[in-house]
Design a protein around this ligand. Structure first.
Ligand SMILES: [Zn+2]
Length: 377
């Protein structure tokens, strides 16, 4: 007991320094990511730039995770404020983030302590298709070499079914981590990335090494011990040529202090826009809401999910009990497997479906909502 009180007091006393030190980003660059992004860069070299829509909307969905009793859920007002701040940083990339439909609240202690490797057990079911799903969880970690490593957040660089960012609550509204993770989602590497080899200070290999940008200086990997609270770099590392690094402590994609990060370079902004227009162009909010019907929500529950033989669907918008509801089921390749008008509750026999992911869409004359269903073995 004494130990717990002491630990909690210590945490409260030292919260500021803990939050500052807790720098880990869990985004990983796989070999497939590297090849894909390099291929993408080569493509845009030849096509110059993609046509740039001035105000491209990226639909995002907040999933706020807490314990069974609702404890430790992040305040939705603060995450919307953070999204406004993200929008100000991304406006130069011609990208604007807009929340899609209602917030998804998940009260489940099993996911309050969130391990990265298990994200699919929750997110494969709760992700909204073709929308950037952002999860806010009380605790976030991964296991590395048998040790638990706390994470601030992570994203996936590629994958049309991995439109997913997970953020630890305490890092979610610090002004830079959310922009950092979204940067990964739009293909950016860390400025200190060495997955393509280390970038030299003289910039001679800037197109093939480091983060593959030439307007971000070589970065040895920053931390709060090499960047002061006034955002001055005080490290003395040298590159392979013996040149001293002069990194950008303000770049969002660095490991500088979070309070120092407020900048994307022009090449980073252009690349993100290219990636949005050329690759992540499938992003679309499935709520096709007529502005005159904005107060009405179309929602339904699927259960059990995953399931083996039968799924039940309940339509949960009671205002429209008499509305014509139309149900479709598509597989991953977009093949239509089922379509029919339905009543407010419905059971579908899926015994003959193969195991895998399906998209179930419910629509009325004004709105449409798609949810993912998993057929288990
Ligand atoms: Zn990162």
């Amino acid at each position: 007991m004494f130990r717990e009180v002491f630990f909690i007091s210590f945490l409260l006393f030292c919260c500021a320094c803990f939050c500052q030190e807790d720098i880990n980003c869990g985004t990983e660059v796989s070999e497939k990511d590297k090849v894909f992004i390099q291929h993408f860069i080569n493509e845009i070299k030849f096509r110059k730039q993609f046509q740039t829509p001035l105000d491209s909307i990226v639909p995002v969905k907040f999933h706020i995770v807490g314990y069974n009793n609702g404890a430790d859920m992040i305040d939705s007002v603060s995450v919307f404020n953070e999204l406004n701040s993200v929008n100000s940083f991304y406006s130069s990339a011609g990208i604007r983030f807009q929340h899609c439909g209602p917030i998804d609240y998940i009260q489940d202690s099993e996911y309050a302590l969130f391990e990265k490797i298990n994200d699919e057990t929750l997110c494969d079911i709760t992700d909204i298709v073709n929308v950037l799903n952002i999860y806010f969880v009380p605790r976030l970690y991964k296991i590395s070499s048998g040790d638990r490593v706390n994470l601030c957040g992570y994203a996936y660089l590629t994958g049309v079914n991995l439109n997913r960012i997970v953020m630890k609550n305490s890092c979610s509204t610090n002004g830079s981590t959310l922009s950092h993770e979204i940067g990964h989602y739009f293909s950016l590497f860390h400025t200190h990335s060495s997955s393509n080899g280390a970038e030299l200070v003289n910039g001679s290999n800037c197109t093939t090494a480091g983060d593959l940008f030439c307007d971000t200086p070589a970065d040895p990997g920053l931390s709060s011990s090499t960047v002061t609270s006034s955002c001055i770099y005080v490290g003395n590392e040298q590159d392979a040529n013996g040149d001293f690094y002069s990194p950008d402590v303000n770049n969002f994609m660095s490991y500088s202090r979070k309070s120092c990060r407020d900048f994307f370079s022009n090449e980073q902004l252009t690349r993100m826009n290219d990636y949005f227009v050329g690759y992540r162009n499938y992003l679309l909010c499935p709520f096709d809401i007529d502005s005159s019907l904005v107060s009405e929500n179309l929602d339904f529950i699927l259960y059990p999910n995953p399931s083996g033989s039968l799924i039940n669907l309940i339509y949960v918008e009671s205002n429209q009990l008499n509305a014509d509801l139309y149900l479709t089921v598509h597989d991953l390749s977009g093949r239509l497997l089922f379509e029919n008008t339905i009543t407010t509750s419905f059971s579908l026999n899926v015994q003959n479906y193969c195991s895998g992911v399906y998209f179930i869409t419910l629509s009325n004359q004004q709105q449409k909502l798609t949810k993912k269903y998993i057929k288990s073995g």
